[in-house]
Design a protein around this ligand. Structure first.
Ligand SMILES: Cc1cc2nc3c(=O)[nH]c(=O)nc-3n(C[C@H](O)[C@H](O)[C@H](O)COP(=O)(O)OP(=O)(O)OC[C@H]3O[C@@H](n4cnc5c(N)ncnc54)[C@H](O)[C@@H]3O)c2cc1C
Length: 1012
């Protein structure tokens, strides 16, 4: 079992050389000729296959390799679920005119395809935006045609949906399957819908699976089966929720298995994302352990994804337990449907490698390797779900002596399997999606991606322009391509500039084990550091956990005025040395600091949890951001500090140089106790500014610990001082000091203004960079997918207990989706676990302190219409239940409430522009989100709202250094953006040096460089 769990990122080379090749080589060598002959026949048959289904032809015409295919997918994805006609019209108007429909009309094409293309072409002309077509006639035509058009296009999309959906309900689906004329085919019903977000949705899906099993049992001479997505049965099907899954999800799986067993219906658990694999195997092992499966029942099955590097181990593991418990099961071998998601997730997470192969031929080879493993098993009945002719031919050859079945998707693969039309022994099961077209989206998107991807066999067969030789080529003959790097490792995505920060994958067993261990030996006493020496004052103050406020975690001694003055003196004395230290040396220290932070991630994460109440996931993100700041600013500094030669008349040399300014003061908040503290500090240090770091008093332990690492990384102790304490005690003498050049502050608007006021007393103009809060809004129109909106709002509003400057404070919902979205939001709120941040299962911990607690509580009290989930909070600690407050207008919220509180307001789609203007009127301008499928709506929001960071169709938190630089405008801050290309130059002086090179004896360069 452990091997399955711990090899998620094994290198693909080693799997190829140590597992795949030794296993398949001999058979491959012996059988290749006949496999290729069969592949060729399958391909010929597919090429000659004339679909009787005109809709299939339409889909092939408009696959995702064409812009129009993408347009149709966008329409199909959104149109059927939009409740209001206005938004439907907007969507059609947005998408259809952008296609070149004319290019799809030709004599060679099917009549239905041509008629459809002509229809799309005219639709496009009718709905083109009237700004471009002012004629009365055009507008008249448009008005007359819109309702007709709307229903025609809706009809068209329904047809598209029908291609992929077997039937609208399980009874009809079962009936249709029973009537299927070809008896060699059976069906596996998949109840449409994806991961449940709420307990209510999960219960609905659970009931629909029960209904599906019972309906299938009524008349099941064909041996039809039911496919089950575990993520639909439980809203938190995640490895870090293992205990809850055991308690609440496992009984549901057991009851479905028992029902299926009782009614002799086969079931198959679909394979989902890679980070759910371990959990799924833990759950499945329980079925065996608890002896749920009877000896007679051979209908339990699960899907295994061959694109995952662990697939072979999973099969070997299943082999072992089936043997151990003497139970027979089915395995549906697929290649996998979430490849692009896996690649993106791994890059975002910064993990060491990908859980999936990054070469298509390796996925193909692993599929064959897994087939060999299945061939060796006596307890597993293999089911091969593929539309790839070579894979099919290989399996046919390999399993000539053993029973198995093929599987294909409804609406796909008919041509590929047409070769077997006349073969009596052929067995194939059709994966048949059942449900309303409204639930079609995620399924449809996966299928269309599969059809359209360049690497997909089906695509290559139809559109890829591959020769027959290429199509029948064995994946084993492509292994010399393994060294071609097309997708860099997650750690290298920012290369050659810098390394990505290392992430932590909390779905991995060894990580879970590591983070479950208690941390010992961290220093839990902090004081200020001047010239590297601790400067405790006479008394120490106790520090308690914010989530268990009677538990002492350390002590802090705040700096007194003498220490502040000592720091100022030491830094001023060292300023010119640091300013003139070579840039290479400064950047090297900052890069070494990044390495130190990574080396000490575990203890820092622990400190962030106990002192700031950050969950482990939030802690990791905080440290990664700090590491990214170090590497990014080091790289930026190398560019910035390179002398630039400027153009000018001959005989002179014009150079632009950059230098640090002198003394900086950086004041950072407690909510990102590592990232913001480090970011502001290293930006100044790398520029050559001697710097005083004044972290928030609430997170002194963390700051002390981090600062020590900076010294360990090699920073000369005279270059920076850490001053712990309250801003009002520590900052005034610094703000008034004549050497002060820069102040970088992140915190409240109120404090920023106080600092600004104090700086006015300076004789000179001191540079102030301030990042303050925001009243951040997320707008969703009715074309957005509710599940998607809810997922992103929950992350944006409640991660880090809402204590992020970027957090979503106000959700603006188009009135037609208001009720549905609010209901789902409340349901999703009920699924959040509130508690101790050192538990991996915790989603929301406490807020930072008593003052924050009081302020948030008082704010909630002002409203009548608010929702909090039932249930008790932990006794001790500043816990606030995540809260949703329904408000009448934006004006009901006048100030930023820094906690887990979301306000929700509705708006009318015709008032979108006004809504954006009202958002501007709030005066803040930090983050903003828009969820919509309509480009015109997205652009209206982008062009009207004055905010620093706009996020489209995603959550609005989690800025990424260098990729999504962060910072606002108006009441939200001064800019430049942290983690952006303009940050460092604000902290430096520029020098221009112009040298008359002719002064010492004429213009030698001009004269010597001339040709005859
Ligand atoms: C009956 C049935 C049930 C299914 N159930 C599931 C399920 O439970 N879970 C699930 O995830 N999928 C499931 N699928 C979808 C299945 O994964 C895809 O249909 C399948 O991947 C297509 O494989 P192929 O052999 O037909 O196509 P091919 O075109 O030969 O292969 C496509 C595969 O290659 C992968 N690939 C593409 N580019 C690369 C690359 N650069 N590096 C590595 N790999 C690459 C793709 O991600 C995909 O997995 C099911 C399919 C069927 C037919």
């Amino acid at each position: 079992m452990l091997e399955v769990f711990d090899n998620k990122f094994t290198s693909q080379e080693s799997i190829l050389n140590e597992k795949i090749i030794p296993c398949i080589e001999a058979f491959h060598h012996e059988q290749l000729k006949s496999i290729q002959e069969l592949t060729s026949k399958i391909i010929d048959s597919a090429k000659n296959y004339k679909t009787k289904n005109p809709f299939e032809k339409l889909i092939h015409e408009y696959d995702l390799s064409s812009k129009e295919g993408v347009v149709l997918m966008c329409l199909a994805e959104a149109l059927l679920r939009i409740p209001d006609n206005q938004t439907i019209d907007d969507l059609i108007e947005d998408k259809i005119p952008s296609g070149k429909w004319k290019d799809h009309i030709s004599n060679q094409k099917d009549l239905f395809v041509n008629i459809s293309s002509i229809a799309f072409m005219f639709s496009g002309k009718i709905v083109e935006r009237s700004e471009d077509h002012q004629s009365i006639f055009h507008n008249l035509l448009k008005q007359m045609s819109e309702p007709v058009l709307r229903s025609a296009i809706k009809q068209g999309i329904n047809i598209l949906a029908k291609q992929f959906v077997f039937d609208q309900n399980i009874q009809q689906a079962n009936h249709r399957a029973q009537q299927w004329p070809d008896t060699r085919y059976s069906f596996s019903f998949d109840m449409l819908g994806e991961a449940a977000l709420t307990y209510i949705d999960a219960e609905r899906y659970y009931q629909s699976y029960k209904e599906a099993i019972l309906a299938t049992a009524i008349d099941n001479s064909k041996g039809n089966s039911v496919s089950i997505k575990i993520s639909a049965l439980y809203p938190r099907y995640e490895r870090n929720k293992l205990d809850a899954c055991m308690k609440e999800l496992l009984p549901k799986i057991i009851s479905l298995v028992a029902l299926a067993q009782e009614h002799k219906v086969d079931i198959c658990l679909d394979a989902e994302e890679a980070d759910r694999l371990n959990l799924s195997l833990i759950l499945i092992e329980k079925l065996f352990e608890q002896k749920i499966l009877s000896e007679e029942y051979k209908g339990f099955g699960l899907a295994v994804q061959a694109y995952q590097k662990r697939a072979g181990n999973v099969i070997q593991y299943l082999n072992t337990i089936t043997l151990k418990y003497q139970r027979k099961i089915n395995i549906r071998l697929v290649k996998g449907a979430y490849w692009d998601t896996e690649i993106k997730l791994a890059q975002e997470l910064g993990v060491e490698d990908y859980p999936v192969f990054t070469k298509k031929f390796l996925t193909d080879l692993n599929y064959l390797y897994c087939a060999h493993l299945l061939h060796q098993s006596d307890y597993i009945f293999p089911q091969f779900a593929t539309h790839n002719a070579f894979s099919i031919a290989y399996i046919t050859q390999l399993f000539s002596d053993k029973p198995y079945e093929f599987q294909k998707l409804h609406g796909m693969g008919d041509e590929i399997y047409s070769y077997f039309d006349k073969q009596p022994n052929f067995r194939c099961r059709v994966y048949a999606p059942v449900g309303g077209y409204n639930d079609l989206l995620p399924y449809l998107v996966r299928r269309l991606l599969e059809n359209g991807a360049n690497t997909s066999f089906i695509h290559q067969l139809k559109k890829g322009g591959k020769t027959q030789e290429e199509l029948i080529q064995s994946p084993l003959d492509k292994i010399n391509q393994i060294k071609n790097i097309e997708i860099p490792k997650p750690i290298d995505i920012f290369q050659p500039d810098r390394l990505n920060s290392k992430g932590t994958d909390f779905s991995e067993e060894k990580v879970i084990h590591q983070y479950s261990q208690e941390i010992k030996n961290y220093k839990n006493k902090a004081s200020s550091l001047v010239e590297g020496i601790e400067h405790p004052s006479s008394n120490y103050l106790p520090i308690y956990k914010p989530y268990a406020n009677e538990e002492l975690i350390g002590e802090v001694s705040f700096a007194n005025q003498t220490t502040v003055l000592q720091a100022l003196e030491a830094l001023t004395a060292y300023s010119s040395i640091w300013k003139n230290t070579a840039i290479e040396e400064r950047t090297q220290i900052i890069e070494q600091f990044a390495d130190q932070l990574e080396l000490h991630t575990h203890e820092l994460v622990y400190l962030c949890a106990i002192e700031a109440g950050k969950t482990y996931k939030d802690g990791i993100a905080d440290i990664r951001e700090a590491v990214d700041f170090c590497r990014y600013y080091a790289h930026q500094a190398k560019l910035l500090f390179t002398k630039k030669i400027l153009p000018g008349p001959t005989g002179e040399l014009n150079e632009l140089q950059i230098k640090g300014k002198g003394l900086s003061l950086v004041i950072s908040p407690w909510n990102f106790p590592v990232a913001i503290f480090v970011g502001q500090l290293v930006a100044n240090l790398v520029c050559g500014n001697v710097t005083i770091a004044k972290p928030a008093e609430q997170t002194s332990l963390i700051a002390f610990h981090v600062f020590k690492l900076l010294l360990k990384a090699g920073l000369p102790p005279q270059a920076s001082s850490l001053l712990l304490g309250k801003g009002e005690d520590i900052c005034p003498p610094i703000l008034h000091h004549p050497s002060l050049e820069n102040v970088v502050f992140t915190g409240s608007l109120e404090t920023a203004k106080i600092i600004q006021g104090q700086l006015l007393r300076q004789n000179k103009i001191v540079n102030l960079i301030a990042e303050t809060g925001g009243l951040n809004c997320l707008i969703s129109d009715s074309s957005a997918l509710t599940e998607h909106v809810v997922r992103d709002v929950i992350i944006s509003s409640f991660n880090s207990a809402g204590q992020r400057c970027s957090a979503c404070r106000i959700l603006c919902l188009e009135e037609n989706i208001y009720k549905k979205t609010i209901t789902m939001l409340k349901g999703a709120l009920d699924c959040l676990a509130i508690g101790d941040p050192t538990h991996l299962s915790t989603d929301v911990a406490s807020v930072i302190d008593q003052a924050a607690f009081n302020k948030i509580k008082n704010h909630i009290k002002k409203f009548n219409n608010f929702y909090q989930s039932p249930g008790e909070l932990p006794n001790a600690g500043y816990f606030i239940k995540p809260t949703i407050i329904e408000i009448g207008s934006l004006q009901d919220v006048s100030e930023e409430i820094f906690g887990p509180v979301l306000h929700v307001v509705s708006y009318r789609s015709s008032n979108l522009k006004k809504l954006c203007e009202d958002i501007n009127q709030l005066g803040y301008g930090l983050t903003l989100g828009i969820h919509s499928r309509i480009d015109h709506t997205i652009n209206t929001v982008i062009n009207t709202c004055s905010v620093g960071n706009i996020y489209v169709n995603r959550n609005i938190v989690g800025a990424v250094v260098g990729a999504q630089p962060f910072g606002g405008q108006g009441l939200s801050g001064t800019g430049p953006k942290a983690g952006g290309p303009h940050y460092l130059s604000r902290l430096c002086h520029e020098y221009s040096v112009s040298n008359n090179t002719t002064a010492m004896g004429g213009n030698a360069t001009l004269l010597t460089n001339l040709s005859e």
